[in-house]
Design a protein around this ligand. Structure first.
Ligand SMILES: C[S@@+](CC[C@H](N)C(=O)[O-])C[C@H]1O[C@@H](n2cnc3c(N)ncnc32)[C@H](O)[C@@H]1O
Length: 291
């Protein structure tokens, strides 16, 4: 079969499965299990970059970079240095030409390789428009990246790792996908908060002890001070940043405490806002993980 006939057959097959079963992700892949080249509409590229709050100090990695549009737009609009990883060498050549035409060749590069052979640790932001099974295969490696690394996926989620943010937009111009809609998901790699953390808060109860159980960025917390268990709610972990509200009696009076901290290895550093409706004050808070 000629190259054109083969390509036409693949395109027809793809158009058929997309039209027949737009939400059936498995049908999206070619017979050989790879992801076809389908572009992200420019408006969605912009949303993906904005949800990641991308900037000039970021290092962007687009896994399966197609014609290079995500990396090129990030460089052009946000001054971001970026790398596109693409298995198809003809798309690498196209991306390089597109980068030159956009005047960003000095900020971007494109590498012809399998995304599963790529070192992801270089990135502060990773974008991808792949397939659910690709996302799930990548998930353990993504979770092992530096806490706070942002991951943005077009259309496909990450199983039971719920996103930190998600949005859905109408994209009637999209040739394939989900009912003329695009979904954008953002995850922040969560810091490891698990275990028992103890820290002194001078002038407010003395030694505070926290216990954190964690699944991805979801935290279940318990707090104890002066021999009393306190009520913990509103716990949130976003990358390295942890926040929690603790209520209960401290030094004989009912207080609300809003803890905020940055997790750095076995240490959390931040502050606590202590209030009781009559007065409020901010106190420094440091806690260390103990076995
Ligand atoms: C759906 S397209 C997305 C293109 C671009 N990121 C965008 O959003 O416009 C997926 C791309 O991944 C590439 N790809 C598929 N499997 C790959 C792999 N194992 N390693 C690297 N690239 C791959 C395909 O060639 C295709 O260009």
């Amino acid at each position: 079969m000629s190259m054109w006939k083969c390509w036409f057959r693949r395109l027809a097959q793809f158009a058929f499965v997309a039209a027949a079963a737009p939400a059936a992700a498995q049908s999206w892949a070619w017979d050989d299990g790879t992801v076809p080249f389908v572009v992200t509409p420019e408006e969605i590229v912009e949303r993906m970059l904005r949800v990641a709050e991308i900037g000039p100090t970021d290092r962007l990695l687009d896994l399966g970079s197609g014609d290079g549009r995500i990396v090129i737009r990030a460089a052009q609009k946000y001054g971001t240095r970026g790398t596109g990883i693409e298995i198809d060498p003809s798309l690498i050549a196209r991306s390089l030409a597109n980068a030159a035409a956009a005047g960003v060749s000095d900020r971007v590069n494109f590498v012809a390789q399998d995304l599963f052979d790529t070192d992801l640790a270089q990135a502060s932001v990773i974008t991808m428009y792949l397939l659910p099974e690709f996302n799930l295969k990548l998930r353990p490696r993504l979770l092992a990246l530096a806490p706070g690394t942002r991951i943005v996926s077009h259309d496909w989620d990450m199983g039971d790792w719920v996103p930190d943010e998600s949005l859905e937009l109408r994209t009637p111009e999209k040739a394939v996908g989900r009912d003329g809609r695009s979904r954008v998901f953002l995850w922040l790699v969560p810091a490891d908060a698990r275990g028992r953390l103890v820290g002194e808060i001078a002038d407010h109860g003395g030694a505070w002890e926290f216990r954190f159980d964690q699944k991805y960025q979801q935290i279940e917390a318990a707090a104890r001070v002066q021999g009393h268990d306190l009520v913990v709610r509103g716990t949130r972990l976003r990358g390295r940043e942890i926040k929690l509200v603790v209520t209960g009696v401290v030094d004989g009076r009912p207080w609300n405490q809003l803890f905020r901290g940055e997790i750095d290895g076995d240490t959390v550093r931040g502050e606590v806002l202590v209030s009781n409706g009559e007065s409020a004050r901010r106190l420094p808070w440091t806690a260390k993980r103990h076995p």
